[in-house]
Ligand binder design. Structure first.
Ligand code: SAH
Length: 232
């Protein structure tokens, strides 16, 4: 028979593994359930979170953390956003299946993949060639065909594919980029983190209307900066 103390040690090990497994989501469905508890209500967004394999958007050594509700490093000093933020931004865009979307800041391509499930077409721009290459390889691997990606400066937008029903920026800009306002349809919305410094950035919803422009501040956030110009 096993000694009491040895039994206790085994018990503790089994319990902590069980607790670890229960505390953090282990797959897309569990992540979607967590986000629902955090008040993400849009069922299409939750379904996209459940379906898109976030573990394919990070390096192999970080895959065990991929379903946690945390940002993670993706190389080039950039990060894949926290799943809650990806879901919240997707929800606030109020996307319809027929819509044409522009995304600035492809990064890992995870947000792009989520958006691709919710609209007709996503055009996405990234300034780091390495991140762009990894993201397009993932889109091909997953068979996501309604995405166009390019290397470029997001401040210039992508006029050839405009006008857009929605624009989403996943890097923080000091002000709403003028060039992008011109590529947004009348009645369209743009969602972006606004603010110069990481400590006072706010997720902001910008609307282009016949009578002018509307701005609504949503949440304090922390994004990497939107940097002008190309990476050489
Ligand atoms: N949405 C991404 C997270 C991106 S982090 C994801 O799901 O993984 C922000 C990204 O914006 C970085 O990859 C950064 O290189 C990019 N970025 C910053 N300024 C940019 C600009 N002017 N044009 C295009 N991309 C830009």
């Amino acid at each position: 028979m096993l000694e009491r103390s040895r039994l206790a040690t085994i018990g503790k090990k089994v319990f902590s593994r069980w607790l670890g497994a229960r505390r953090y989501p282990q797959n897309g469905l569990e992540l979607a359930c967590l986000l629902k508890r955090l008040d993400i209500q849009d069922e299409r967004v939750l379904a996209a979170i459940a379906d898109v394999p976030r573990d394919q958007f990070v390096s192999e050594d970080l895959q065990w953390l991929a379903w946690h509700n945390e940002p993670l490093p993706i190389g080039c000093g950039q990060t894949i956003s926290q799943p809650f933020i990806v879901a919240y931004m997707s929800q606030m865009l109020e996307l319809e299946e027929s819509q044409n979307v522009l995304e600035i800041g492809t990064g890992s391509g995870y947000q792009t993949a989520v958006l691709s499930q919710l609209c007709r077409h996503v055009s996405t721009i990234e300034r780091y060639p390495d991140l762009y290459r990894m993201a397009v390889a993932r889109f091909a691997q997953l068979g996501l065909e309604n995405i166009s990606a390019k290397i470029g400066d997001g401040y210039e937008g992508w006029p050839e594919n405009a006008p857009y029903d929605r624009i989403i920026i996943t890097a923080a800009a000091p002000e709403v980029p003028k060039e992008l306002i011109g590529q947004l349809k009348m009645g369209g919305r743009m969602l972006l983190p606004l603010g110069e410094r990481p400590v006072d950035q706010f997720l902001t919803l910008f609307e282009r209307t016949e009578s002018g422009q509307g701005m609504k501040t949503l949440l304090p956030v922390r994004f990497v900066p939107m940097v002008k110009g190309k990476v050489l």
